[in-house]
Write a protein of this length. Structure first.
Length: 252
């Protein structure tokens, strides 16, 4: 980590994640806690229990690590009460963009999102509940026609994940993001059909993936967890990316 940041492994999470990614291109990356003079089992019981299944111990062994996808720094735009621009649709928690996060998600803010905005959204839903719910449950013909097998759906989801990790992950550039767009177009042609939970999740994953790729292509700077190899510097003015009806806008 000395090659990447003066705070070493205590650097911001996006810096550490990118460092692991870069170092991992040349071989395994390890977490070394053999020099830490505390009871690591007591301090990290969950991690210690997990590692024991692989006969590893924090204070004895080098622990292989790799970066993992964290939560989105963004989401469905809402007001303080959880309302979206679509009447009757509310969002709270990790799915919502309420303004309490910047370009890096702050771990403790999840409590704020869940407890505060979740309660506000629930109160608003109850207060604004409508007696007329006509139209709910109507399934578009394109979605309801045909059923994709579970095995095929799982294979499709894996291809989507692999595509996004390879081309729209921690280290991005225009060439890779364009490849991601073409890959998403190809996956769209084979979109899983049916109303099973996984088929619906697959279609939702594709929508989110398209939003991520389009926003990453449009933001030609590096900010927080969004890092462009071809645009490594951060702009002086911070702007929010807003996607609405397929159109990307940047607002201050």
């Amino acid at each position: 980590m000395e090659r990447y940041h003066p705070l070493l492994e205590l650097a911001p999470r996006d810096v550490v994640a990118r460092a692991i990614t870069r170092e991992g291109m040349d071989g395994p990356v390890y977490l070394d806690m053999r020099h830490v003079a505390i009871d690591l089992h007591a301090r990290f019981p969950g991690i210690s229990k997990f590692l024991a299944k692989y006969r590893l111990e924090l204070g004895r062994d080098l622990i292989p690590v790799r970066p993992a996808a964290h939560y989105l720094m963004g989401g469905v735009k809402t007001d303080v009460q959880g309302r979206t621009s679509l009447p009757g649709l509310y969002a709270a928690g990790e799915a919502a963009c309420t303004g309490v996060h910047g370009a890096n998600r702050l771990a403790s803010n999840s409590l704020l999102e869940g407890l505060v905005f979740g309660a506000l959204a629930a109160e608003t839903m109850v207060a604004e509940r409508r007696a007329d719910e006509a139209g709910l449950g109507v399934v578009p013909e394109a979605v309801s026609s045909g059923v994709t097998s579970e095995a095929t759906t799982e294979k499709w989801i894996k291809e989507l994940r692999d595509l996004m990790w390879k081309y729209a992950g921690l280290l991005r550039d225009a060439e890779g993001l364009q490849l991601a767009k073409r890959g998403l177009d190809a996956l769209d042609a084979a979109m899983p059909k049916g109303l099973s939970r996984r088929a619906v999740e697959a279609r939702n994953l594709h929508v989110v993936a398209e939003l991520i790729v389009d926003a990453a292509l449009g933001r030609e700077e590096s900010r927080g967890a969004h890092f462009r190899n071809d645009f490594p510097l951060r702009d002086e003015i911070a702007r929010h990316s807003v996607m609405q009806q397929g159109r990307l806008e940047f607002v201050s």
